[in-house]
Design a protein around this ligand. Sequence first.
Ligand SMILES: [Zn+2]
Length: 431
Amino acid sequence: MPFFDQTIETMPRSQLRSLQYQKLRAMLEGIWERNAFYTAKIKAANLTPDDIRSLDDLRCLPFTTKHEIVGDQFAHPPFGTNTTYPLKSYIRFHQTSGTTGSPFRVLDTEESWDWWGRCWAHVLSGAGITSDDRIFEAFSFGPFIGFWASVDGARQIGAMMIPGGGRDSLQRLELMRDAGVTALCCTPTYALRLAEVARESGFDLNQIPVRATIHAGEPGANIPATKKRIEEAWNAKCYDHAGASEVGAHSFECEAQPGGTHIIESEFIVEVMDTRTGEIVPPGECGELVITNLGRWGFPVIRYRTGDLVVINVNKCECGRAFARFEGGIVGRADDMVTVRGVNVFPSAVENIIRRYKEVDEFRVTVYTVRQMDEMDVEIEFADGTDASLAAFIAQAINAALSFRPNIRVVERNTLPRFELKAKRFHVKRE
Ligand SMILES: [Zn+2]
């Protein structure tokens, strides 16, 4: 079972905590009076780096929100004031897809890009990938940071990286076969899309010696029914990974797959906040992930509120790693939850039901209100030859799990959108 850095990954948690503290303190001193954004924030809290004398003192520092950084970039275009070094020190520019309006730009230096690669090297090693592997990136590279850092991660572990941009799905499958690809990196949605295209084109996926699929960019690899679908389609083990442009690549699934993702605690400090009280909660309780990265001095985030909901488990894993885990991966996002007829519903819960039916190729869910009554429409696209009466069983399964009956409609093939990045299947239309 390969580790990227066995000493660090298996060290006792007390030692891990002192390593985190040393790195935190060094970072605070390194950015102090250089990074205008954080120097101002820390000064406004009447603190200096000297006041942070233990890991617990991190809690004295203020939270950072996405809104603050985007606002700062808007006020100080184009990059804002969260830059620690002169702009000539930065070698990489990325920005988020800007789903909530203004783009969120991030910059990396030579050092911090190397750090991103190191984090991805943990992700790949966790999935058992070594220098013997050939990794296919089924992805068209653009400004979204997505799989860019995985390219550097592959380099750091000596694996061969095969870029998959500039071609359609079938051409990608052919390239994977010709190059003898053993590991696939893409969104969970796109892994299923490739399998769908293979089926429609009569392309036998067994021609590709893939043994691991590694997913990022959206939930899915942590949704049990979706994970199972991917594993069955590819005859490979499916691995979840989570990260964010603002924060870094922070968690990965190991080969033992205990039902969650390890946090790379040598590079990140995680806290979990009860969003109602603002208090930090202990392991085992669900709350918002608050994260501090330790290796991106050029564009740091300290106590960054991610909006992701997680539960932390600190028990040692079968794989030998002492890194804590997110139980079930990222459980959801606080702002993704919708209430339908009094029931709190996460999109992932609906997906977990629908994906159990392998006849479903694609689906779309719309929640809306008519005369004060919540309704949920589910449009479903079946594989050719499916008996449409299956839709009634899916409606029943959703009703059994969520206690309300959705309106299910079977649509013609190829009417619903297909996604390569960040699938959007869940829509809420309310006044
Ligand atoms: Zn493990």
